[in-house]
Structures are given as structure tokens and as C-alpha cells.
Design a protein around this ligand. Structure first.
Ligand SMILES: *[C@@H]1O[C@H](CO)[C@@H](O)[C@H](O)[C@H]1NC(C)=O
Ligand SMILES: *[C@@H]1O[C@H](CO)[C@@H](O)[C@H](O)[C@H]1NC(C)=O
Ligand SMILES: *[C@@H]1O[C@H](CO)[C@@H](O)[C@H](O)[C@H]1NC(C)=O
Length: 342
């Protein structure tokens, strides 16, 4: 009996082991696949965790640069458009105006820390100056490239940075500023968050219900910013401002008690539709501006990328823009930049 049963039994055992090891291997490999596959995507989707509860806004400032773009041909096909113009790729060069914007944040906001988040390191003289400036004291943070959201590819650096700012503010809280936002006075009144809201913005144009995301102030884990993030499930990559401007305005009207929306003069006047007020004339009074958005994506080529330190210190014609730089950065600092440059 025994001798006839043993081979049968061991054959059966062998199959059981093969089956068991196959299962174990399958589980191991599929976990590894999930871990590696998700490294870039799945884990980035903010959780639905409802444990919010702080309205405290840390006095730290975040900037984003070096997000990279898809190829010219992909942008031609799917990239965002501003009217009939396709939005260009970023050059990778850090401009003088970007350095001045960082200095204005240091000078006027006096934050505990200034973070500059990037995926691809920028280039140029002003990038080296910004990195080495001990008074500016940047904290550089390298982040993985953000190339999709909820399975929608993100082709343009501006759209990648729209997502990055939401993820960064979710993680740290604080003040997010675009690199073309010149800071003109202290944000301390806003940081006190006396209305106990989940986010502070300003109307770009109240009449059209638009809120520009160039400046966002928020506590950590903001419920309202998570609503914006989740709205990217319906992202349309060829529309320049659908989510960043129009949808933010709509959500602010729906969830009115979660946000405080400042009048546009807090950040967004002179508006891009009155660009002369900023770059041609010298009449605009900026006493109500906490900051001023310089509209780089509209007029960067004409008025920002050709800026020189000499044209700021000895302008052929004084403009609101130059007057703002003098105020925001200070003559003393501008002179010391000029001395090092020559
Ligand atoms: C620079 O910032 C870091 C981090 O916030 C801080 O610990 C350090 O004291 C600052 N250094 C100077 C010179 O202000
Ligand atoms: C996406 O945006 C473009 C440009 O604004 C528009 O023409 C197109 O109809 C939009 N697509 C969808 C599905 O809404
Ligand atoms: C930059 O170019 C614009 C228009 O092309 C011009 O009005 C402006 O004076 C230039 N600025 C400098 C500093 O050269």
C-alpha cells in the first residue's frame, strides 16, 4: 500500500509546490510592476483624505521653473493656443527679470524660506547669480517631470507647472508665485488668513469670472486646491486657460465659503489688455497692489527678455514697470547687481 501511494502523493505535492511558487512569483512581479509603474503617476494623484483642519498659512514662498515641453510637432498638434498663436516652448534660460522677481519676494514678503522647484535646471548668467546670492538664499528642490494628469498628457511647460503648484501647495502650503510676479509689499495681512479660508486668490477679471493662478496663497492640504486638482480629470490640453483661469473662477463661485478672492488690483492690474500702462507710460499708482503680474506669456518677448540692468538704472524713458522694479528690489541692490555685472 505504502509503496504504491508514495509516488502518487509526491506527484501531487510537486504540482502543489509549482502552483504555490507561481502564485508567489506572480504576486511579487505584479507588486514590483505597480511600484515602478506608479512611481511617476499613480502616487502623484492627491488622496481624498478628509483630515484637513488647519487654516494656518506658513510664511514660505514657492516658485517653479524648468518644467520642459513636448516637441514642436506635438505642441503644434495638441499644444495650448492663445487666440491663433500657439504657446511657445520655454527657452531654458533664466532671465534678469526672473532674478528680480525672486529678489522682490525676499525683500517684500520676508519669508522664512524661498523654494525654487524645477525638473530641468535652467541656464544663463542670471541663474548662476540667483543660485549664488546669499541674501536671496534659495532652497532648490528637484522634482520629477510632471507629464500627465489623470491620464491626460501635459505637453506644455505652463500646464505642467499648473499641476506642480497644486501638488507643492498641498504638500507645504504657503505662497505660490509665477516667475513673472513682482512683489510690491508685505503679504502679512493675507497670511493671517482672517477669513479662515482654504485658498486666497485675486480676480483676473471679476466681470468674466476669471481667476488667474499666477498667485495662490493656501494652507497645507487645502480642500479647495484639491477640488481644482480633481477637476483636471476633464483637462483639455489645447485650451490655454480653461482650467487655470476659467474653471478656478467657476469653482470659486460654487464654493464661496472656502476661498477669499481679492479684487484684481491686488495682483492683476494693469491688466494684459492695458499693457501700455505697465510698459509704455508712467502714470499707474500701484499702492493697492500686493504684487503685479507682468504677463510674460503675452509680452515676454517684447518687454521682459530684452531687459538689462542698465536699462533699469538709466531708462531712456521711465515707465510704471521700471518704477515698480526700483520700489520692489531697491536701488541699493540694483546698484550692487550692476557693479558685479560690469
Ligand atoms: C538660509 O535659509 C535657511 C533655510 O531656511 C536658513 O536655515 C538659513 O539660516 C538662511 N541663511 C541665511 C544666511 O539667511
Ligand atoms: C478644447 O479646447 C479647444 C480650444 O479652446 C476647443 O476648440 C475644443 O473644442 C475643446 N475640446 C473640448 C472637448 O472641449
Ligand atoms: C525691448 O523691446 C521693446 C519693444 O521691442 C522696446 O520698447 C524696449 O525699449 C526694449 N527694452 C530694452 C531694455 O531694450
Amino acid at each position: 500500500m505504502q509503496s504504491s501511494r508514495t509516488p502518487m502523493f509526491s506527484k501531487h505535492m510537486r504540482y502543489r509546490y509549482i502552483y504555490r511558487y507561481t502564485c508567489v512569483l506572480f504576486i511579487v512581479f505584479s507588486s514590483l510592476w505597480i511600484i515602478f509603474h506608479c512611481n511617476n503617476n499613480c502616487q502623484r494623484i492627491l488622496s481624498n483624505d478628509e483630515s484637513f483642519g488647519t487654516y494656518e498659512i506658513p510664511n514660505i514662498v514657492h516658485f517653479i521653473t524648468g518644467q520642459g515641453d513636448a516637441s514642436e510637432s506635438i505642441l503644434d498638434q495638441f499644444g495650448p493656443r492663445l487666440g491663433y498663436r500657439r504657446l511657445e516652448r520655454a527657452s531654458g534660460e533664466f532671465h534678469l527679470i526672473n532674478y528680480l522677481v525672486l529678489l522682490s519676494a525676499r525683500q517684500q514678503i520676508k519669508p522664512k524660506q524661498i523654494y525654487l522647484h524645477y525638473s530641468f535646471e535652467p541656464t544663463g548668467y542670471w541663474w548662476l547669480k540667483a543660485k549664488q546670492d546669499r541674501q536671496l538664499n534659495l532652497t532648490l528642490v528637484k522634482i520629477p517631470p510632471i507629464t500627465s494628469i489623470y491620464n491626460h498628457p501635459l505637453h506644455h511647460h505652463a500646464h505642467r507647472s499648473d499641476i506642480a503648484r497644486l501638488e507643492i501647495l498641498d504638500k507645504y502650503g504657503g505662497i505660490y508665485l509665477d516667475l513673472d510676479v513682482l512683489v510690491l509689499k508685505s503679504f502679512s495681512k493675507l497670511l493671517s488668513n482672517s477669513y479662515q479660508v482654504e485658498a486666497i486668490f485675486a480676480w483676473e477679471d471679476k466681470q468674466y469670472n476669471t481667476i488667474c493662478n499666477a498667485i495662490i496663497i493656501a494652507p497645507i492640504h487645502s480642500k479647495f486646491l484639491r477640488r481644482i486638482y480633481q477637476s483636471y480629470q476633464s483637462f483639455n490640453s489645447s485650451c490655454w486657460a480653461c482650467h487655470s483661469v476659467f474653471l478656478t473662477g467657476q469653482l470659486a463661485n460654487i464654493y464661496q465659503n472656502e476661498v477669499y478672492v481679492l479684487p484684481s488690483k491686488a495682483f492683476f492690474t494693469p491688466s494684459w489688455s492695458h499693457i501700455g500702462e505697465l510698459y509704455l507710460y508712467n502714470k499707474y499708482n500701484f499702492k493697492n497692489n500686493y504684487a503685479c503680474h507682468l504677463w510674460n506669456s503675452y509680452i515676454g518677448k517684447e518687454f521682459l527678455h530684452n531687459l538689462t540692468i542698465n536699462s533699469i538704472l538709466k531708462p531712456t524713458r521711465m515707465t510704471t514697470f521700471i518704477r515698480m522694479i526700483h520700489h520692489a528690489v531697491g536701488k541699493e541692490k540694483l546698484n550692487s547687481i550692476a557693479r558685479e555685472f560690469s
